[in-house]
Design a protein around this ligand. Structure first.
Ligand SMILES: Cc1cc2nc3c(=O)[nH]c(=O)nc-3n(C[C@H](O)[C@H](O)[C@H](O)COP(=O)(O)OP(=O)(O)OC[C@H]3O[C@@H](n4cnc5c(N)ncnc54)[C@H](O)[C@@H]3O)c2cc1C
Length: 384
């Protein structure tokens, strides 16, 4: 059996989960190579804690990828400039690489410029520095209208804008300025977390209403006017004093150039094996589009990237060992939804359910919030 090289493109959640599993499953003579442009890794769920002040600095949640070689994983610190899927070749400034198998885990790129004025006016919840800027703004906030706007769908972590709303409510209550403030969520979605179904969505709307948080569904923002503090939607306008934004997402440029994306804008894969239409090339995590029987797409979340990584790693390891790849992704997933006051709700279910996903929502409890923090620690210690 000749030595194989597995190239993993991207060292975020999916890439690191795939690399560490492959390393455990493959004999040492086979190479596992992660190509990632950033030197550090952090779970972005921590942005919410940066926003509330529960976490002081982004560096507290960061791990250095230079530790990968200690685990027998090679790390190339470089931007991937070209992907040639048919030959499984990748070009970077640090050189060209060819793999026997390719795992594309390049995630979603934030594209705030998709909405004119957004980058100038909105504090970006999806960047660590943006989350810190929201914290500073909340600390100085003396009452007024806080708007959380979701620019476009799809976006990573369907619960994040709602968690932000709940947590901002908590921060303003603790500061004694909640009664002088309004909090409103504007989103193109018809319900919060629509793929999870009408019941989960209605329960979340109720939780928003119980805290006096406005919910404005089916609102597509056309532009933001930073000077007049106005959001212009298709049919109406609203004013804001503080704007918290979830930017538009798209695939990284290298994926667009490689023509790996379909009409959905994302990389289509087989739902159970994550195989692309190119032999030996898999895609996992936020970069993919997996169409569900209801016509919607599998949400973009770290738990799915992690589980998809497991399936792909097991199947590649089986192939390398000359066995039939038998692992299958079954669409199961979960999320912890922070609601403030050290509590989180818990949503879980089968997103591949037929005819529709079967997802339930457990009411908020301190236990789920602890489990969420534990999830970060476990992921970090497993991977780095
Ligand atoms: C505020 C917030 C809260 C969240 N909370 C949760 C949660 O509670 N639970 C949950 O499951 N998910 C959560 N998520 C979503 C989760 O972070 C993503 O779904 C997950 O990171 C996707 O993993 P991925 O591997 O597909 O992509 P990523 O983790 O984004 O990794 C992609 C990697 O590819 C690299 N890359 C991109 N282009 C190139 C290139 N050209 N060359 C080299 N490297 C490149 C990037 O630098 C990045 O490191 C949250 C997200 C946000 C923003």
């Amino acid at each position: 059996m000749s030595n194989k090289t597995i190239l993993i493109l991207g060292g975020g959640i999916g890439g690191l989960a795939a690399a560490t599993r492959l390393r455990r499953l493959l004999a040492p003579e086979h190479r596992v190579v992660v190509i990632e442009k950033n030197a550090t890794f952090a779970l972005r769920m921590a942005n919410l804690w940066l926003m509330t002040g529960d976490r002081a600095r982004p560096e507290e949640g960061e791990r250095n990828l230079s530790r990968l070689p200690e685990c027998g994983i090679e790390w190339v610190e470089a931007e991937i400039e070209t992907i040639e899927p048919d030959s499984r070749m990748v070009k970077t400034r640090a050189g060209d690489f060819t793999g026997d198998h390719l795992v594309i885990a390049l995630g979603a790129e934030r594209h705030p410029q998709a909405v004119p004025g957004f980058a100038e006016a909105a504090l970006d919840l999806y960047e660590a520095q943006g989350a810190l800027a929201i914290r500073r703004a909340l600390e100085a906030f003396d009452g007024g209208r806080v708007v959380i706007v979701v620019a476009r769908t799809p976006f990573s972590c369907p619960s994040a804008p709602y968690e932000a709303a709940f947590l901002i409510d908590m921060v303003l209550r603790r500061r004694g300025v909640r009664k002088k403030s309004q909090i409103a969520v504007y989103t193109p979605e018809d319900l919060p977390m629509p793929v999870a179904g009408a019941e989960v969505g209605a329960a979340l709307v109720q939780m928003l209403e119980a805290r006096g948080i406005e919910f404005h569904p089916e609102q597509i923002v056309m532009r933001v006017e930073p000077v007049s503090h106005t959001l212009r939607f298709e049919l109406e306008d609203t004013k804001f004093d503080l704007l918290v934004g979830v930017p538009a997402h798209r695939v990284p440029a290298v994926i667009r150039q490689a023509k790996l994306a379909d009409a959905s804008g994302w990389v289509p894969v087989e739902p159970d094996t994550l195989q692309t239409r190119h032999p030996g090339v898999y895609a996992i995590g936020d970069v993919t589009s997996i169409r569900l029987p209801i016509g919607m797409y599998l949400p973009k979340a770290g738990v799915f990237a992690d589980e998809e990584a497991r399936v792909v790693a097991e199947n590649i390891a089986a192939e390398v060992a000359g066995k039939a790849p038998a692992s299958r992704f079954n669409g199961h997933g979960f999320c912890y939804i922070e609601v403030g006051d050290d509590m989180a709700a818990y949503g879980a279910g089968n997103f591949y359910g037929i005819p529709a996903p079967i997802v339930t929502l457990e009411p908020p409890s301190p236990r789920y919030r602890l489990e969420k923090h534990e999830m970060e620690r476990t992921a970090q210690s497993l991977w780095l």
